[in-house]
Design a protein around this ligand. Structure first.
Ligand SMILES: [Fe+2]
Length: 347
């Protein structure tokens, strides 16, 4: 776990949700609030949580059980604390048997809840002597991103943004949590092969590439997959990296794979990677506007991109497009100012 632990709080009473949200905000947690079982399940599919605090009865129905079951399935590492206003010993026993960490009776004392969550998180980190896969992803991602950005400063933050958007899109496309963790690594390292190209100068060349340069650049997906390593846990990661320039209609590279011959995570990565590249100013082009990007994806439906994935991606763009379009230039200025600050500190 890197950064503040993220907690999902679920309750259909707005007042309880607000009070718990306020009480837990001082506990140095990052909070996500959900007022129904449906939005809780959606959040569980969308992002990682270290703990889930949920009501049991929602307008008379026992949806807490479903949330507990989904948490165990989608986020087995997370501690689940159940809350109810109708305590019964059998229900509590049932909940613990179902995998809940604890069971609290309403009204909830925020101090008790914060202490319980802190203890649960501490116990879970003690359970693990080594680094979890997601922690390794965080650490390696930072290293690889720094390396790629050093040879191509125009890609500042591209890997990290691709990683975030891929995770959201993959969840909507039904990719399970374990595969999504690996996809995060593929997303951040998809351009790793660029650093092994014989000539790095044309990565930042102003204007279009010559046919020979374009052919040379096309080696980067396979180079990345080859040089990332042969560890058995990386097999799919390498496959998705190699697929990130393949196209639905078979016009991509390096293998001209077509349709579902490209893996589902590979197809997700193709869409997101193109989106962020279009939203970013590169040495050879300006950043596009949102409408132009939306029009582009519409025209490429069933050509470059899987239409089913676009059906999931375009609503995300409608919801987050303006923010996502502004991020490349703000990431680039942040990198520039931190590089300037480091330069000033050295001199
Ligand atoms: Fe690429």
């Amino acid at each position: 776990m890197v950064g503040r632990p993220r907690i999902l709080i679920v309750d259909d009473e707005p007042r309880t949700l607000e009070l718990l949200g306020r009480a837990l905000a001082v506990g140095d947690f990052e909070l996500e609030l959900a007022s129904s079982a449906r939005s809780a399940l959606e959040a569980l599919r969308r992002m990682r949580f270290e703990a889930v605090v949920t009501d049991v009865y929602f307008e008379g129905s026992n949806d807490g059980e479903e949330i507990l079951r989904a948490s165990r399935e989608l986020q087995p590492h997370a501690a689940v604390v159940l809350m109810t206003g109708q305590p019964a010993l059998e229900t509590a026993v049932q909940a613990i048997k179902g995998g809940a960490y604890d069971y609290l009776q309403k009204p909830i004392d925020p101090v008790v809840l914060v202490a319980k969550l802190q203890r649960a998180l501490r116990e879970r980190s003690l359970d693990r002597a080594g680094l979890a896969f997601n922690e390794l992803v965080e650490i390696l991602s930072g290293m690889v991103a720094n390396t790629i950005e050093r040879v191509d400063p125009y890609t500042a933050g591209h890997g990290e943004r691709t990683r975030r958007y891929c995770d959201l899109l993959a969840a909507r496309c039904g990719v399970d949590a374990a595969a999504r963790e690996k996809l995060e690594l593929a997303a951040i390292t998809h351009d790793y092969g660029k650093i092994f190209l014989d000539d790095l100068c044309f990565l930042t060349k102003p204007g279009p590439l010559t046919p020979a340069e374009y052919l040379a650049v096309q080696r980067h997906p396979a180079l990345g997959a080859e040089r990332l390593g042969r560890h058995r846990r990386l097999r799919e990661v390498c496959q998705w990296i190699e697929e990130h320039h393949e196209r639905w209609d078979g016009t991509g590279y390096p293998h001209r794979k077509r349709g579902t011959a490209i893996s589902l995570p590979g197809r997700v990565l193709c869409v997101v990677e193109v989106f962020d590249s279009l939203a970013t100013k590169r040495s050879y082009k300006d950043a596009w506007g949102l409408q132009k990007v939306l029009d582009f994806f519409e025209t490429q439906r069933e050509q470059a991109f899987d239409p089913d994935i676009l059906d999931q991606f375009l609503p995300l763009l409608q919801a987050h497009g303006e923010e996502w379009m502004a991020r490349p230039s703000s990431d680039r200025s942040k990198r520039r100012s931190s590089a300037n600050a480091e330069g000033a500190a050295v001199s």
